[in-house]
Design a protein around this ligand. Structure first.
Ligand code: LLP
Length: 428
């Protein structure tokens, strides 16, 4: 639940705003963000890392949810920013985010994207391959710049999560592989490339991870790697980025670790392995996305159709679906829904909230308890703040929902709803 969610009378309130009234005013489907939840998670991250490991930074992985407002809030809350391509970089620039606090990711950034990033003066480009490092070197040279880079290493750690979002294991398209000692050999090549300053190593082992030991294992692999680089090549990198991946609770049974435990375990692990292996403690970075924004977000829908299949299931069709939340169709994700105008009533029915799209797999919630639904009810789906808007589409010509930030009884539309004209605006 978002931090400020509460039930007043029969209605769900977030940020002091009645979700039923907001849905009627703004229309549905609608993304709503609890700004207090968002800010408190950002400050908890910063404070926890500052306490456990003072020489640290927290990057907001903007792929989880990006518009100009969240970038401005991230800047205010002392975050650094991870962007994964030219489009996200453009939003960061437009929002006035300090470029020296931006790191650029991606396993195949185009030469144009690299040019944009280096010209903008981004703090770090994370080189994903030797080919890319050479490309950064060349473009930086042409611009007369020296670019600070990390090398992204694939640490071979199997994080305990869905295989589609597992990224650190050996068979991955991301990063320099450690198989055949390839990554280690490449360090020497990268060190020799002009106009590059290799200042750190990066890894990202996956997403929606509950078991923190995976981060300890990744830290150990990375620090061993850094120690070998120091011994063999005399280069001691000053930064280590352990990526994102901390999981969140989507349903009541989920038991994620806390931000504070994540900070403590990663910090202790880095300190311990550095001491054991005789390397100086690097600046420690992490780049969470989901655990900063998922719980802050909810999606509001209106119930349009009810359909009962005797002995099979009850379908409740809402006015959105896979176009605003592809996660259920793609990863069998689960969410807890509530009828916002009946929030005080018990959830006694098991229903599937299906969408309005021309696809059988189009569902937001499969077989979950909810209050007895009626036509016109407003359904709130919790935990949709991450990877829903950012993965939204116009399938079936569906305009993307508006985004409203709520706080202290005020609601601000920060991204307006798409129009049909928007959908056609690029057709020549
Ligand atoms: N850093 C890198 C390099 C990443 O690739 C990612 C996520 C993150 C940080 C942030 O990870 P987080 O803290 O959000 O777990 N669409 C999927 C998740 C894909 C994650 C991709 N990379 C989903 O909806 O579950």
């Amino acid at each position: 639940l978002p931090l400020t969610a509460e039930v007043r009378g029969d209605h769900l309130f977030v940020g002091g705003i009645d979700m039923v009234e907001l849905a009627r005013e703004q229309g549905t489907a609608l993304y709503v963000y609890d700004e207090a939840d968002l800010r408190s998670r950002m400050s908890r991250y910063r404070e926890a890392f500052a306490r456990e490991y003072p020489d640290s930074g927290v990057l907001y992985a903007s792929k989880a949810f990006m518009n100009k407002e969240v970038v401005r809030i991230a800047a205010e809350e002392g975050m650094e920013l991870d962007v994964s391509g030219g489009g996200e970089l453009a939003v960061a620039i437009a929002a006035g985010f300090p470029m020296e606090r931006v790191h650029v990711h991606g396993n195949n950034k185009t030469p144009q994207e690299l040019l944009e990033a280096i010209s903008a003066g981004v703090g770090i480009i994370v080189a994903d391959s030797r080919i890319e490092a050479a490309r950064i070197s060349q473009i930086a040279g042409e611009l007369g710049r020296t670019q600070r880079i990390y090398m992204r290493i694939t640490p071979g750690v199997e994080a305990d999560t869905h295989e589609y979002i597992r990224t650190g294991c050996e068979d991955s398209k991301f990063g320099f592989t450690m198989l055949d000692d390839f990554a280690f050999k490449c360090v020497k090549d990268v060190m020799a490339m002009p106009n590059l300053d290799l200042v750190g190593f990066h890894c990202h082992i996956g997403s929606q991870i509950f078991a923190l030991h995976s981060f300890d294992e990744a830290a150990e692999v990375m620090i061993r790697f850094a120690a070998r680089v120091k011994d063999a090549y005399g280069l001691e990198v000053s930064e280590l980025d352990l990526g994102g991946g901390l999981g969140v609770a989507y349903v009541a049974d989920d038991q994620p670790s806390t931000i504070e435990d994540f900070a403590r375990i990663t910090a202790e692990s880095v300190k311990r392995h550095c001491a054991e292996l005789g390397v100086s403690q690097p600046r420690l970075l992490v780049e969470p996305g989901r655990s900063l924004v998922a719980t802050a977000g909810i999606t509001l829908y209106t119930v349009g159709i009810l359909k009962t299949l005797p002995g099979i299931r009850k379908y409740v069709a809402v006015d959105g679906g896979m176009s605003d939340n592809i996660r259920t169709a793609l990863y069998h994700a689960s969410y807890e829904p509530v009828i916002a105008n009946k929030a005080s009533q018990p959830r006694t029915e098991i229903v599937t909230l299906c969408g309005k799209h021309c696809e059988s797999g189009d569902a937001v919630v499969v077989d979950m308890p909810i209050q007895t639904p009626d036509l016109g009810d407003i359904v709130a789906v919790f935990g949709t703040g991450a990877y829903c808007y950012s993965m939204a589409s116009n399938y079936n010509g569906q305009p993307r929902p508006a985004i409203v930030f709520v706080k202290d009884g005020e609601a601000r539309v920060v991204t307006r709803r798409e129009t049909y004209a928007d959908i056609m605006s690029r057709d020549l």
